[in-house]
Design a protein around this ligand. Structure first.
Ligand code: TXA
Ligand code: MG
Length: 322
């Protein structure tokens, strides 16, 4: 595998040049950083899988900047998709729609649907507007690890493997996009994410939520063990944690208040004023911080089970599965 001297910069023209040459560039989005390449160039897409050590049975999301472009990659455009696109794009929503044949099978892992999204980030929208091809981009982390929400997170794990990280600051939403598809015209959420289910239901009525699967997953983002730190993470069960570790060896990731039984210095409170939006934005950075801290295990209590709390609980649950 080729070794690169990885640069972090906000030089849009440099990113355009590299992408046109069929290279991978890490790009900022409002959810998490993505590892992007020309979605219509199989050789370029293959570099994403190589850099991430990602199995090729895990398909990629195609990113573009306009609805007209999205329409080129899908064969059907249901009325509900039209409504969702109008309301939530650009934004943290990915839709699974029947794929047009010009999309390489490597992008969709041979599946009949392609994942499409218009991200909401000024730099990446400008980048997409400057390109005459769409970008395939998974989250810019090694397969199975925590998604990056800062350019430095990408650098820490992928330096040497990619030529450039386009720096767009911290990801504002901080949790991956919500993935929705349609089965017999009925909406199904496959991954809880940065767009609240409540907002989707307000627009199109009740949706089925089907995020978990341990075997033959529809998409590996649905794999039970995913998005995980290297250290064990115990979700919800404080008793189990305290029975197995001295409190001094436990680090926490909490919502708005610390866990009384554990030393304060080991704890990360994501939002002292109780905002789930703020908590989601800081979640992955906190997981990385505890992964590097001098504790042996990470404990996280259940977050309030509504709005972004549902996606936070989903990620913590998966991070806790070994
Ligand atoms: O917010 C996001 O969605 C970020 C940013 C960079 O856009 N991207 C992201 O990509 O999280 P990734 O690859 O880490 O997760 C996308 C998920 C994967 O679990 C993949 O299996 C699923 O989407 N997916 C992609 N294409 C699919 C398809 N054709 N059918 C079923 N699942 C698909
Ligand atoms: Mg990912």
């Amino acid at each position: 595998m080729k070794t690169y001297s990885t640069t972090i910069s906000s030089d849009l023209a440099a990113a355009v040049t590299l992408l046109k040459q069929g290279e991978c560039v890490a790009i900022p989005t409002e959810t998490v950083y993505g590892l992007a390449a020309n979605a219509l160039d199989t050789m370029a897409v293959a570099k994403i899988f190589e850099a991430k050590q990602r199995p090729t049975f895990d398909p990629l999301i195609i990113h573009t900047d306009t609805l007209d472009k999205v329409r080129k990659f899908v064969t059907q455009w249901p009325a509900l998709a039209e409504m969702l696109a109008a309301q939530f794009w650009p934004g943290p929503l990915t839709m699974l729609l029947p794929k047009e044949s010009l999309v390489p099978d490597l992008v969709t892992s041979g599946l009949s649907r392609v994942a499409v999204r218009i991200p909401h980030h000024p730099i990446t929208l400008a980048l997409l507007a400057a390109l005459d091809f769409p970008l395939a981009a998974p989250s810019a982390n090694p397969f199975g690890y925590i998604s990056p929400t800062k350019a430095s997170h990408v650098y820490d794990q992928l330096h040497g493997k990619i030529p450039m990280i386009l720096d767009g600051g911290d990801s504002e939403v901080g949790i991956e996009s919500t993935i929705i598809g349609f089965e017999n015209d009925l909406p199904v959420v496959y991954r809880l994410g940065g767009l609240m289910v409540e907002a989707i239901e307000e627009l199109i009525g009740q949706v089925k939520i089907m995020p978990h699967s341990s075997s033959a997953p529809e998409s590996p983002g649905m794999l039970l063990s995913h998005y995980a730190p290297r250290k064990p993470l115990i979700f919800d069960d404080l008793r189990q944690c305290l029975d197995n570790y001295p409190s001094s060896e436990i680090g926490t990731i909490c919502f708005d208040r610390p866990v009384l039984e554990i030393p304060l210095a080991n704890q990360i409170i994501l939002s002292t004023n109780g905002s789930l939006t703020e908590a989601a934005a800081g979640l992955f950075a906190a997981m990385r911080k505890q992964d590097e801290a001098a504790v042996k295990v990470i404990f996280a209590p259940t977050f309030p089970a509504h709005s972004l709390g549902l996606a936070i609980n989903d990620r913590l649950r998966r991070a806790s599965v070994r």
